[in-house]
Ligand binder design. Sequence first.
Ligand code: HEC
Length: 127
Amino acid sequence: MIKYLLITLFGGLALVIGCQTQEPPVASIVVESTAAIDTVTGLAIDGNFELVRAHCTACHSAKLITQNSASREGWEQMIRWMQAGQGLWELGENESLILDYLSLHYGPKKKGRRTPLTQIDWYYLQE
Ligand code: HEC
């Protein structure tokens, strides 16, 4: 009898603990990089985050960055474009660090579709 009581007791306890340690549901945002995300800007956090926040969120929302993806060259072109006509200043030696950051966290998107299958053994359906 005592045995069953203990099993019930510990079983119940395990259930309660199990429920409490359950992870809260995670929003289904697909992020390529595994870095933590700053809750204010939505930018990935790493050693260059402060630099990017300082230089790249002065004129517009960081969403323009987080919703974009480009290669290092692509990001460099966007910076040149903003420097040419949008009032972005020279970034000096910070530029390569900013490009490191952008291409690491907001690099080209992985292919959305699987690559086509090859070497398929096709066969005719029999009637
Ligand atoms: C001096 C102001 C200014 C600063 C600083 C600035 N930008 Fe911009 N940026 C702009 C303007 C203006 C636009 C155009 C906004 C629009 O289309 O509504 C823009 C657009 C963009 C876009 C969208 C480009 C597109 O093709 O749609 C991206 C991405 C971007 N900026 C990234 C950055 C990054 C990265 C930095 C930091 C290196 C930065 N911006 C700093 C002014 C700035």
